[in-house]
Design a protein around this ligand. Structure first.
Ligand SMILES: C[S@@+](CC[C@H](N)C(=O)[O-])C[C@H]1O[C@@H](n2cnc3c(N)ncnc32)[C@H](O)[C@@H]1O
Length: 324
């Protein structure tokens, strides 16, 4: 007898189907948001088209637009996070989700069964290489990382007492939002962002001269001196052997008592679904996955770190401080 046969009519009647209906609707909500953002709806554009009115009305019921007389205007939520010119805009991440993640997720079943990312299957061999390049230095992707990172960086900077550190190097620090948040909380700290050369140019536009910017490759180049390295959303996209190598390199480069600040979403069985969905996201688009604090701790201990503290921040990204 299979599981379906065990449910008689009475027990089925007791359970509402609403959660399932919500899940089915989930992709429709996402795609409505993606389409409206790409069409510039939250930037005041009103393109011609038979379906535009329907899209506007749907944005109203989703809380993204409101009606003022015969006009549709942004709600506060949309104005803060969806308008492209807003400093807190999530437009970059929405556009990345629409053009890259949404097609990759269409092959989730294959990723689950075969265990590998879906770039080649989704975009073909050459497009896959181009798309991977955009993940490491593509402006759209980095704008997405910036908007999303801003939601967490202040809480991450406040997660531990970092006052004893003098020199932070944020490896793969992109636009510098974490380095700036740490600098704001600890003005005496010297904050440096190291990233690949094209990204450093973009970082200059965001961070100006408020932090030092260094072009480099944290895997292959010698690392700048630091008593605190940060790794924000770097480990979750990598295989364990790559993580081991990188953590060992950082451990060797740190002085005694030096630290490493890891910024990732920590998986918890009693935590929000976001972490697990994000881990499936890593499955379709990288060679990595999200991990529990215990899993990160094991990797850190193996690399020689002695004291490891994890902090659930309440914002999308959590933090781990590991000390040599
Ligand atoms: C997922 S983004 C995370 C950016 C930032 N840490 C954050 O959390 O917003 C990964 C970053 O690592 C950088 N990166 C990847 N490989 C790198 C390498 N070998 N050396 C330096 N930077 C690298 C990419 O250019 C990108 O800016």
């Amino acid at each position: 007898m299979n599981a379906i046969d065990r449910n008689d009519d009475a027990s089925l009647a007791e359970v509402s189907a609403e959660p399932i209906l919500q899940l089915i609707d989930g992709f429709r909500r996402s795609k409505t948001l993606f389409a409206a953002a790409r069409l510039g709806i939250f930037d005041g554009q009103r393109p011609e088209g038979d379906g535009v009115q329907r899209l506007l009305e749907t944005c109203v019921v989703l809380g993204l637009l409101k009606k003022q007389g015969r006009e549709y205007v942004n709600t506060r939520l949309a104005d803060q996070y969806l308008r492209r010119s807003s400093p807190q805009s999530l437009y970059g991440y929405i556009e990345h989700s629409n053009s890259v993640l949404y097609p990759l997720w269409a092959h989730l079943e294959n990723a689950v069964l075969d265990g590998g990312n879906r770039w080649r299957q989704t975009f073909g061999a050459e497009a896959a290489a181009a798309s991977r390049r955009q993940l490491h230095g593509g402006e759209g992707f980095l704008r997405g990382m910036h908007g999303l990172g801003l939601l967490s960086s202040l809480a991450v900077a406040a997660a531990f007492d970092l006052s004893r550190y003098q020199r932070l190097v944020d490896l793969g620090g992109a636009t510098g939002h974490l380095a700036l948040a740490v600098k704001e909380r600890y003005p005496k700290i010297e904050a440096i962002v190291l990233d690949l050369p094209p990204v450093i140019e973009l970082a200059r536009q965001h961070a100006g001269d408020r932090v030092q910017l260094v072009a480099g490759d944290f895997l292959n180049d010698p690392l700048p001196a630091a008593d605190l390295f940060a790794l924000g959303r770097i480990l979750h996209s990598r295989r364990e052997d790559e993580i081991r190598k990188l953590l060992t390199k950082l451990h060797d480069a740190l002085p005694p008592d030096g630290g490493i600040l890891i910024v990732e979403t920590l998986l918890r069985e009693d935590g929000p679904a976001h972490g697990y969905l994000q881990s499936l996201n890593m499955l379709v688009c990288t060679d990595g996955r999200e991990r529990t604090l215990q899993e990160y701790s094991r990797l850190l201990f193996e690399a020689g770190f002695k004291k490891i503290c994890g902090k659930i921040t309440g914002v999308p990204l959590d933090a781990i401080l590991a000390t040599k």
